[in-house]
Design a protein around this ligand. Structure first.
Ligand code: SF4
Length: 72
């Protein structure tokens, strides 16, 4: 497989930290959603599509309990 560019961003979710505040979803609704129990899930496949990388990173940054980690 040939990889071109840097389309390798992933979001690591630590569900044991998530408290369901929903700030990630408010900031980046294209990337993050909340399930029926109020926990975060990714709406897109990994790696994060290039056009959503900025939104995903912003959503991860806003999490007050650091449940979302950007991996590159
Ligand atoms: S902002 Fe953090 S704590 Fe809130 S739903 Fe998103 S991942 Fe969970």
């Amino acid at each position: 497989m040939t990889t071109i560019g840097s389309r390798t961003m992933q979001i690591d979710i630590n569900l044991s930290k998530c408290e369901g505040h929903g700030l990630c979803e408010q900031l980046a609704p294209q990337v993050f959603g909340l399930d029926d129990e109020g926990y975060v899930f990714l709406k897109v496949d990994q790696p994060i599509p290039a056009e959503l990388e900025e939104a995903a990173a912003a959503g991860a940054r806003v999490c007050p309990v650091a449940a979302l980690r950007v991996l590159r």
